[in-house]
Design a protein around this ligand. Structure first.
Ligand SMILES: Cc1cc2nc3c(=O)[nH]c(=O)nc-3n(C[C@H](O)[C@H](O)[C@H](O)COP(=O)(O)O)c2cc1C
Ligand code: SF4
Length: 225
């Protein structure tokens, strides 16, 4: 609260002010969604304009940066995703219930991040009002011009398969999609910095089936790492 108030005082009333908050901890007895909704109300009072929803304390980075989101059989085969064969595909837009909870309780703009992979889902999220903005990290690492593609009417699934090789290289090498690089297997095989831990449990809530695919308004999409 004090930080938000101080930043607001420093930047003035016209500057948009946003923050990322952990809506729940994945550890037992951690921060609850109810507490976070209350916190969001207080932050709104303090002058925040927008909130981006995520986990707070996690057992592993992989709970936030989840592998193989929305990757189906065809992509598994075409990208030779051996590990994906052994795992279920990750659910898309896994923080959507967090975003909806904050939207319902406050007037702040809500930014949704985490496993947004298809234009079908993007349209559904924005159309339902569960979030005001969409943020993506790994899809923009693989396709830096994704925003332009979406603005031009691109539909379907992004190219990123959430293999997390870029995460394995994070802090050691340039930020890039390592999936197609010959060096891509070097770091994981060498055991460098591969964030270990259990995969996340599924967060409640999924995607409603959507009959139509429509271009996503690019002003609602943001690149982020
Ligand atoms: C290489 C990499 C580095 C990241 N670094 C951070 C970080 O420093 N702080 C943070 O809150 N999230 C970080 N993230 C998480 C992303 O901001 C995002 O929440 C997560 O990747 C899920 O979104 P996505 O499915 O669009 O990738 C990082 C993600 C990646 C792939
Ligand atoms: S290495 Fe490429 S395909 Fe794999 S998660 Fe990162 S951006 Fe996506």
């Amino acid at each position: 609260m004090a930080v938000v108030e101080a930043v607001r005082a420093a930047v003035g009333a016209d500057m948009p002010l946003t923050a990322r908050i952990g809506v729940e901890d994945s550890l037992p007895n951690g921060v609850s969604r109810e507490e976070s909704v209350e916190r969001a109300r207080l932050l709104e009072t303090a002058g925040i304009d927008g909130l981006e929803t995520t986990y707070g304390i996690m057992r592993s980075y992989l709970e936030n940066i989840r592998p193989y989101v929305a990757v189906g059989a065809r992509q598994t085969a075409s990208e030779l995703l051996v590990q994906r064969v052994l795992k279920p595909r990750g659910a898309e837009a896994y923080y959507r219930p967090f975003a909806r909870a904050i939207k319902e309780a406050t007037g702040v703009l809500v930014i949704l991040v985490g496993g947004i992979r298809t234009t079908d889902a993007m349209n559904d999220i924005i159309g339902s009002g569960d979030a005001d903005f969409l943020a993506m990290a790994r899809p923009f690492i693989r396709e830096p011009d994704l925003g332009n593609k979406l603005a031009a009417g691109r539909t379907g699934m992004v190219e990123c398969v959430s293999c997390n090789m870029c995460l394995a290289h994070d802090g050691y090498d340039a930020l890039q999609c390592w999936r197609k690089s010959p060096r891509s297997v070097a770091r994981p095989l060498a055991g460098h910095h591969w964030r270990t831990g259990e995969d996340a449990d599924a967060v409640e809530g999924g995607l409603a089936p959507q009959a139509r695919l429509e271009p996503v308004p690019s002003r609602a999409v943001q690149a982020q790492v």
